[in-house]
Structure formats: structure tokens, C-alpha cells
Design a protein around this ligand. Structure first.
Ligand SMILES: Cc1cc2nc3c(=O)[nH]c(=O)nc-3n(C[C@H](O)[C@H](O)[C@H](O)COP(=O)(O)O)c2cc1C
Length: 437
């Protein structure tokens, strides 16, 4: 049975004889058409579908009118055109779903909930003495906050990236872009990702999916991704669960680790391995380090759930159910961070996944991350305007600084001795007060 992808918003279609309506869903071989008339000539053989940016896609095929909404079966030689259309609308759909729906893990359990800082009531130093700076891949950054790579889609991508880059430059923090695949396949889209004209000093991290590196041209793709945006590092993202739930996902990962090793050895910028919500296990982390990866974003569970987003995109019951089943899949962010830090003592780590305030960012630093990576909140801010992004990052900064001040940690390294499981002095309390007589 065909798996359908809901098109939201629906796209207008038009055909000969003045027929028109909306495409509300599609599958790899067909478009699902609604029409105000609900019945018309079965001889309808050519339709044109328009994207919001006025780009038109022409399809030849055959209309099935036995069921409503109608199925327009696309002729085999034109199914590649449908793939192109899908590639373009997929990213816009992701943005719209992230903006308007609850896309996070149910209960938002990251593991950070189990931790507290030990408060210090007496001021041990002035707030102006707090040092939030961090060293990473040979550079110093003002804050341990990283804008994680997010696709902004075709319609809004350029403006989203521009707003994020301006804020990254202002706060002296690194920024990742979303998957550059679309621009690697079609150079017309490169300007969406090229933010150095706007923010020349930003430490910029390119992005490509591991599934894109299965072929012989893997190194060439990585080089082109770096050159396209003058990237300071390249993130390679791992998203097995998403690719297997996504109707049109890439599933070929055979022999990929060899390519990864070769890329790490050859590329002229550091390579970062990045999960997008399932977390990295200590054994995977060790393999990645042996491959020559320069840093790992453990991308744990508890925040944005890509299984769930893909489920929301689909109109197939099986896919929707898979999305729900795997909505909370993965190692919670704090657990993955602690396990990987234990496995790789001095390795540069980024903790992304469900970090929503400066206090939680401070917890990530206390557990040994160089950066707390932030996704969804900054995407939502970037959809508003430049000021909203600045305000969101300022909120993280103030929460982090207040945590440091109120727990007596002058530097990020000092935070490590201030964090405990449970509530402050809970273990003393439990030791001294018997639970029953
Ligand atoms: C709209 C959106 C698009 C994203 N696109 C990408 C992408 O193209 N490549 C990637 O590696 N991660 C991508 N991510 C994943 C984020 O980098 C991050 O790992 C994830 O959102 C978890 O962080 P959060 O809980 O703070 O959102 C995207 C996230 C969002 C919300």
C-alpha cells in the first residue's frame, strides 16, 4: 500500500479545460487531488502543480476517479520530477510542523531533571567576575551556547540563517547550518546557507547527512559543502530512525565508516559527528573518535523528536504509528553526555536535545559538555525576527550566569563540583532522617 505524505499547506494544481483544485497528499507514484467539482473528465492527462514561490511542476499521468479525493497516477518517466518537488516541500513542511505543533519527546525527559546545583547564599564574588568563555577546536568562544544546525527550508531558509548568523556573531558563539544536501544537488540553493557575507566572523559549521556519504563522491561532497559556505568545521549528522520512518528516507549505510575515516583524514576542517535526538552510546563514541572525528554532538532524546515529526508528515497509519512509537526513542541527553564523557575523557563534546534554558545549559557544562546546543527555541525565534533570536540567546546567557553566581562557580569548570543528583543536600537529609522507625 502506498505511504502518503500530507501536503500542508496543500498546493494548487491546474489542468487543461480549466479544471483546478488542491493537491493534499502524495506518494512516490501519485498525487492526491481535491477539486470543488468532485467529478470531471477522466481524460485529464496533464496537470501543473505550483509551489508558493511560483515554481511550476508539470506532470503527465492518468486520473483515477473511482475514489475521492482523486488519485493522479504519474507516468513512470516523470516520477523523478515528483522527487524534486518532494525534496523542495519536505523542508518547508518540517518548519511548518515545528512552528505549529508539539514536536518534542513526550514528557520532555532529558535526564537533566534529576540534577540540581548546590546553592551558595553568600556572595563569593561579584557577577562581573564570572567567566563564561570556552575553548573549542582551537578557538575561544564567549558563551558555551551553540546554535545547532537546522534546515530553514526553501521559502524561509535564507532569512532564518541570516538572523541566526547575526545573533551568533553578536554573542560570539558558533552556529551550524542545516543539511546542505539540496544545494549540493542544485547550486542554485547555495545562497540559503552562505551567511558569511552577513556575519563574516561567525564560526560556521557545515552539515551533511551520513547517508549522503555512501558513494565514491563522498569526499567531494564534503569539500563542496565546506567551500560553499566557507565553513570552519563540518557536521555529519546521524539520524537512522528518521531516515527509516521518513517515506522518502535514505537507508543505504553499507561501508560508510570507511568513507568517514577517509573524510576525517583528508578534509581541511575538523569533522563533527552529530546525532539528532537518539543520543550517542559510549561504544559509538569510541568508534567515531577512532575514525578521526574531532568532536561529537551527542544529540540526545528529550527535545525535538524527528521520529514524531516524520509521523506527523505522513498520512499513512503505519508511519504515523511508528512516529508515535519512536517519539521518545533514544538515550536521554544527560545520560548520553555522562556516558560518552566517561568513555572519552578529554574529547570535545556538544550536548544538544531538549535544552530549553540557561540553567539546563549550565547542567550540560557541569557534566562535561563544551557547549549546550540549542535547536527548536532558536528556530521559533528566527521565524519571528532578529530581535527574538537575540532575546532568546540573552535568556540562555542570563540563566547560565545566574546559575554560576548562585552556586558560587566563577568559571564553567567550577560548575562540575556544584552539581548533584536529586535535590540539594537530599542525601544528607536522607542519611540523618530515618524514613521509618
Ligand atoms: C526545523 C529543524 C530542522 C533541522 N534540520 C537539521 C539538519 O538539517 N541537520 C541536522 O544535523 N540537524 C537538524 N536538526 C536537528 C537539530 O540540530 C537538533 O539536533 C535537534 O533539533 C535537537 O535539539 P532541540 O531539542 O534543541 O531542538 C533540525 C532541527 C529542527 C528543529
Amino acid at each position: 500500500m502506498a505511504e502518503f505524505i500530507k501536503l500542508s499547506p496543500a498546493l494548487p494544481w491546474i489542468a487543461e479545460q480549466g479544471h483546478a483544485g488542491l493537491v493534499t497528499a502524495c506518494a512516490p507514484d501519485r498525487l492526491i487531488l481535491e477539486s470543488p467539482l468532485k467529478s470531471f473528465s477522466t481524460r485529464l492527462t496533464h496537470i501543473t502543480v505550483s509551489l508558493q514561490n511560483d515554481q511550476n511542476f508539470h506532470f503527465k499521468g492518468r486520473l483515477e476517479t473511482e475514489v475521492y479525493p482523486f488519485h493522479f497516477i504519474i507516468s513512470p518517466e516523470e516520477r523523478q520530477t515528483l522527487q524534486e518537488l518532494l525534496g523542495q516541500i519536505r523542508k518547508d513542511q518540517h518548519i511548518e510542523i515545528c512552528r505549529s505543533q508539539d514536536v518534542e519527546a513526550e514528557g520532555r525527559y532529558t535526564g537533566f531533571q534529576e540534577l540540581s546545583f548546590l546553592p551558595e547564599a553568600l556572595p563569593l564574588f561579584d557577577h562581573s567576575e564570572i567567566d563564561t568563555s570556552v575553548d573549542f577546536l582551537g578557538q575561544r568562544f564567549a558563551l558555551p551556547i551553540l546554535i545547532t544546525g537546522m534546515t530553514g527550508g526553501i521559502q524561509k531558509g535564507m532569512e532564518i540563517n541570516r538572523r541566526l548568523a547575526l545573533a551568533a556573531q553578536k554573542f560570539g558563539i558558533p552556529m551550524g547550518v542545516g543539511s546542505q544536501r539540496i544545494a549540493l544537488d542544485n547550486a542554485e540553493y547555495a545562497p540559503i546557507f552562505s551567511v558569511k557575507d552577513t556575519a563574516p566572523n561567525v564560526f560556521l559549521i557545515g552539515n551533511i547527512g551520513i547517508a549522503q556519504l555512501a558513494d565514491k563522491d563522498a569526499l567531494d561532497r564534503c569539500r563542496r559543502a565546506v567551500d560553499m559556505i566557507d565553513a570552519n568545521a563540518l557536521a555529519i549528522h546521524f539520524n537512522v530512525v528518521q531516515e527509516h520512518i521518513q517515506v522518502e528516507g535514505d537507508r543505504n549505510l553499507a561501508g560508510i565508516m570507511k568513507n568517514l575515516e577517509m573524510i576525517c583524514k583528508t578534509l581541511n576542517v575538523p569533522v563533527i559527528a552529530k546525532e539528532v535526538g537518539s543520543g550517542i552510546s559510549p561504544s559509538s563514541a569510541k568508534m567515531l573518535a577512532e575514525c578521526g572525528i574531532a568532536a561529537i554532538d551527542i544529540g540526545g532524546a528529550g527535545g525535538t523528536s524527528w521520529a514524531h515529526i516524520e509521523g506527523l508528515r505522513s498520512s499513512s497509519d503505519i508511519v504515523s504509528q511508528l512516529g508515535l512509537t519512536f517519539r521518545n526513542w533514544g538515550i536521554p541527553t544527560a545520560y548520553s553526555l555522562v556516558a560518552v564523557r566517561e568513555a572519552l575523557k578529554d574529547f570535545p563534546l556538544i550536548a544538544t536535545g531538549g535544552i530549553r534554558d540557561g540553567l539546563t545549559a549550565a547542567k550540560a557544562c557541569a557534566l562535561g559538555a563544551q557547549f549546550a546546543g540549542i535547536g527548536l527555541p532558536l528556530l521559533k525565534a528566527a521565524l519571528q525576527n532578529e530581535e527574538a533570536v537575540e532575546q532568546a540567546i540573552e535568556g540562555f546567557e542570563r540563566g547560565l550566569r545566574l546559575t554560576m553566581l548562585a552556586s558560587g562557580a566563577k568559571t564553567l569548570a567550577d560548575l562540575k563540583s556544584k552539581i548533584v543528583r536529586g535535590r540539594p543536600y537530599q542525601s544528607t537529609f536522607e542519611r540523618l532522617i530515618p524514613s521509618h522507625h
